[in-house]
Ligand binder design. Structure first.
Ligand code: HMG
Ligand code: MG
Length: 298
């Protein structure tokens, strides 16, 4: 069966914008986040406290975060290490996300660490965050395929997923960073995680739509009991350190499907679409979301 309700973890302001070449003004990001929350999204990932040279677009995290005090949504932020955690905690962040990789090549390119070294880097971050009462998400990238290593074996993904949970992460987000997954692969991974004792209510899915499979993969995950789905308003996005990564599953495409299935999200699709059209104007190119295009050309 399908769930009655899905929690959408909106990543447009982080995953969506991190790859943009020209700097988006901090005030525009703040308005984007306000509008996403006003459209009914209850979790709006805001920014990353990473090295500013690695992701220049998000180098304004210190300026942006204080503009979000009145946003009526949870505002998780990405934090790779203790330096990032210090920066986030100093601003009052209460939800953080560490981000690991199932493959060595991406761990090295994205974090300048091996998989084992990155887990060691996260250990004090998760421990300190939990001590302070913060909620911790553990992203896991390259869960299906890696642009340098090819198909990623399920057991390899399960091993790192369990390691992230063992560190104390409250939830996992399984990333198809380059959008190569197909529904059978999604069910195989979720099946193996379940067999290894990982509760499905701690697992979210994070699909990029490179091959147009993101919605099919999402439906497969919902059929498997997943109720947390990551998506990016207007389908913005991509990862600067993952060759061939395009935008995430568009939140509008997701909401259109969930509305049709009678699954509650709390999202106002018209308000969300208007937000993505507004953001597309700021970025100077149309949204790649089919639903945004269909609804805005009516
Ligand atoms: P490094 O070069 O190994 O850093 O990078 P380091 O630990 O050697 O430190 C070097 C210098 O950087 C030091 O300064 C640190 O203080 C400073 P110095 O002492 O030389 O003056 N530094 C920092 N400054 C500010 N904030 C920090 C910070 N950390 C160190 N947090 C590092 C290691 C992890 C920092 C770097 O690799 C990094 O920032 N990587 C982030 C990459 C990233 O953000 N990628 C995109 C997000 S992941 C993604 O998109 C996938 C996802 O969507 C899921 C999916 O689709 O699969 C989540
Ligand atoms: Mg991503």
């Amino acid at each position: 069966g399908l769930p009655a309700r899905v929690r959408i973890h909106e990543v447009g302001a982080r995953d969506g914008l991190q790859n943009e070449k020209t700097a988006v003004p901090t005030e525009v990001k703040a308005e984007f986040i306000h509008r996403l929350a006003a459209a009914g999204l209850t979790t709006v990932e805001a920014t990353s406290f990473v090295h500013p040279k690695w992701v220049p677009q998000l180098a304004d995290a210190e300026q942006l975060f204080p503009l979000l005090g009145d946003v009526d949504a949870a505002l998780p932020v990405l934090v790779p290490n203790e330096r990032g955690l210090d920066r986030a905690l100093a601003l009052g962040a209460t939800r953080i996300a560490v981000f690991g990789s199932a493959t060595e090549t991406f761990a090295s390119r994205n974090l300048n660490r091996t998989v084992a070294e990155s887990l060691a880097m996260f250990e004090p971050v998760v421990a300190r965050a939990k001590e302070g009462g913060a909620h911790v998400r553990g992203y896991l990238s390259m869960c299906f395929g890696d642009p340098w290593e090819g198909a990623v074996p399920v057991h390899q993904v399960v091993r790192v997923a369990k390691a992230l949970l063992d560190l104390g992460c409250d939830e996992l987000s399984l990333g198809d960073t380059i959008g190569v997954a197909t529904p059978g692969h999604v069910q195989a991974l979720l099946g193996e995680l379940g067999a290894e004792g990982v509760p499905v209510d701690r697992v979210g899915v994070h699909f990029h739509d490179t091959y147009g499979q993101a919605l099919s993969n999402t439906l497969a995950a919902l059929q498997h009991g997943v109720t947390t789905v990551d998506a990016s308003a207007g389908g913005l996005g991509g990862c600067p350190y993952a060759k061939s990564a395009t935008g995430n599953l568009a939140t509008e495409d997701l909401v259109w499907m969930l509305d049709g299935l009678g699954i509650e999200t709390g999202v106002d699709l018209a308000a969300l679409t208007a937000t993505s059209v507004w953001m597309a104007e700021r970025l100077g190119r149309p949204s790649p979301s089919r639903t945004v295009r269909a609804l805005s050309h009516k």
